[in-house]
Design a protein around this ligand. Structure first.
Ligand SMILES: [Ca+2]
Ligand SMILES: [Ca+2]
Ligand SMILES: [Ca+2]
Length: 149
């Protein structure tokens, strides 16, 4: 018996974008039928698995700022967690793997931030209060900005 294979090509519907963060998999049922009389047919299932693009920024908890009340310390203890910042990233793999660092304006002589946990430690003794910027960055490659023609 000799088969004549013919391809059935699956495309997205016009103007529809696939978004892994909305739905990561789509199960389709595809029917094939001949033009005979009576027509004969069979069914198969296709699982469309959406691969991730780095299209989400890491986001801190939706607060205007984190507040970290700490007592003055006579000397620094690098083992005591003063407080912790928390962020999340909707992407997956390296695209959602976040690391924490200080913002560009105020790096810190006084504090260190753990890149993985967001825990903040004192490097020196602490005096009066100060505000610091923190960054959460993912390890993904950013998407090129969309080009509008
Ligand atoms: Ca998306
Ligand atoms: Ca994504
Ligand atoms: Ca991301």
């Amino acid at each position: 018996m000799k088969f004549r294979w013919r391809f059935g090509i699956i495309r997205t519907a016009a103007l529809r974008r696939l978004d892994r963060e909305v739905q990561a998999e789509h199960a389709l049922e595809i029917k094939v039928e001949d033009d005979g009389d009576p027509s004969l047919s069979s069914l198969t299932r296709v699982l469309v698995s959406i691969l991730d693009e780095n299209d989400n920024d890491p986001e801190f908890l939706p607060l205007s700022h984190f507040v970290c009340p700490v007592l003055e310390m006579a000397k620094a203890d690098p083992n005591i967690v003063l407080c912790q910042v928390v962020a999340s990233d909707a992407d997956t793999g390296a695209n959602g793997d976040i690391s924490y660092s200080f913002g560009p304006e105020k790096g810190s002589d006084l504090f260190t931030v753990h890149p993985k946990t967001g825990a903040i430690y004192a490097k020196q003794k602490l005096m009066a209060g100060e505000a610091y910027d923190f960054f959460a960055t993912d390890k993904g490659i950013p998407l090129d900005p969309p080009v509008f023609v």
